[in-house]
Write a protein that binds this ligand. Structure first.
Ligand code: ASP
Length: 415
């Protein structure tokens, strides 16, 4: 198999197979393997791609904004991408609620007694927005706080445009640093198939049927909803706005989808997402470097779907009946909560507290889902990342900047 995409997918499939085979070994042997080989290899891969995130978002966004040359263009692009992100997220929650209404994931389940889960503090809506503004950009970089880095980079790029020639030396430094980082993505991606293999094999060995079966309906509902969202919403977006064959889109997006599936982090996947959208989907770098870091942070359709379904699940388990006002509230808060969730593993679970609290559901309900959250996270993160790419393709096409189908084929076969 020559292409990187195929090798990553092979790593994913072999990881599942290896995980299933390993579950046949004695528990102590599996633990040793996980502790000494699979865990460290997977973690090393995540660390490698994560190390690029903060500098890459900064340099690519500064270079991107500065090269737009016109602050109005930034505003237009920003408006368009936000429109797509918000609309798809709201659709995602609605879809999640519909599927939950069909599956009734919590009906007939016994409430487990004595869950030891501690409810996390509920973030306020205002703080979610206020926290986007850094008080110290270096601190934002150190913490890898993406929204804060985005705000700082946009301001820097815009100011560079405003002072024109005087910003040349700074622009040259950012451009050169950005090129170096892009090259590093290429180097790190060479080991992606091994990283993906190790991450998946370990997860499979850790989840037995015993944990999964009681909550099978929730898992099936989430998986079905995210798959439908991709097939209906994303395929339509890339077809209608991007004039792109949806199959080509999913093929081009596959490496980022596989890395998202195995790492459960949109933020860690970001360098791969940017790489895929430029090389495989024909999105110019300056657009992707603006829309994708933003998307990795605020656009989480999979998380929104999961929160809608989880809210219904908790309501059913605790025997709370919900009316139209509560459903509307769930749509609103799940959208905001998915925006506020960081692109890291398990963030959606924490933000679920906001959704549950908004309609008076017991926050302890989160404890019921926590045990299987990793599995759900794999699916929702994959859809989160795919959504960023689908909306980015649409916006690039609206700008008249998406490379043609011929360009796509060339780029895709080059990897
Ligand atoms: N893990 C998800 C992501 O990084 C966020 C979540 O937990 O829903 O996209």
């Amino acid at each position: 198999m020559k292409s990187l995409t195929n090798r990553i997918l092979l790593g994913l499939v072999l990881g599942v197979v290896a995980g299933i085979v390993l579950t046949g070994l004695p528990a102590s042997a599996v633990k040793t393997l996980n502790d000494w080989i699979l865990g460290p290899v997977g973690d090393a891969f995540i660390r490698l791609i994560k190390l690029l995130v903060a500098p890459l978002v900064l340099t690519s966004l500064v270079v991107g904004t500065a090269s737009l040359g016109d602050i109005r263009k930034v505003g237009r692009l920003g408006g368009q991408i936000l429109g797509f992100y918000l609309a798809t997220t709201a659709l995602a929650v609605v879809l999640g609620l519909i599927i939950a209404g069909i599956f009734n994931p919590g009906l007939g389940l016994q409430l487990p007694t004595g869950t030891s889960f501690k409810a996390p503090p509920i973030p306020s809506v205002a703080s979610v927005f206020l926290n986007m503004i850094p008080t110290n950009p270096f601190e934002a970089l150190v913490k890898a706080d993406m929204l804060q880095i985005i705000v700082f980079a946009l301001l820097t790029g815009s100011a560079m445009t405003a002072i024109g020639d005087k910003a040349r030396p700074v622009a040259a430094v950012f451009e050169s640093f950005n090129d170096v980082l892009l090259r590093m993505i290429g180097m790190i991606m060479a080991v992606a198939p091994y990283g993906v293999f190790a991450l998946i094999a370990k997860v499979v060995t850790q989840y037995g049927l015993g944990i999964l079966l009681p909550l099978a309906k929730v898992i099936i509902a989430v998986v079905l909803a995210v798959v439908l969202h991709a097939i209906i919403v994303y395929a339509s977006i890339v077809r209608i706005w991007g004039h792109m064959n949806p199959l080509k889109f999913f093929q081009g997006a596959a490496p980022a989808m596989s890395v998202a599936f195995s790492t459960c982090s949109s933020a860690a996947t970001l360098p791969v997402t940017m790489d895929c959208s430029e090389k495989n989907l024909g999105v110019p770098g300056y657009i992707g470097s603006f829309t994708l870091p933003l998307g990795a942070t605020i656009n989480m359709d999979g998380t929104a779907i999961y929160q809608g379904i989880s809210a219904i699940f908790v309501a059913q388990i605790f025997g709370v009946s919900l009316g139209l006002p509560q459903y509307l509230m769930i749509i609103l808060t799940a959208t905001v909560a998915s925006i506020g969730a960081a692109g890291v593993p398990g963030a959606g679970l924490i933000m679920l507290s906001m959704v549950l609290a908004s309609v008076g559901l017991p926050i302890e309900g989160i404890g019921l889902i926590a045990g299987i959250d990793r599995i759900l996270d794999m699916f929702r993160t994959t859809i989160n990342v795919t959504g960023d790419m689908a909306c980015t393709v649409a916006v690039a096409a609206l700008e008249g900047e998406l490379k043609t189908a011929a360009g796509l084929t060339n780029a895709a076969s080059a990897d």
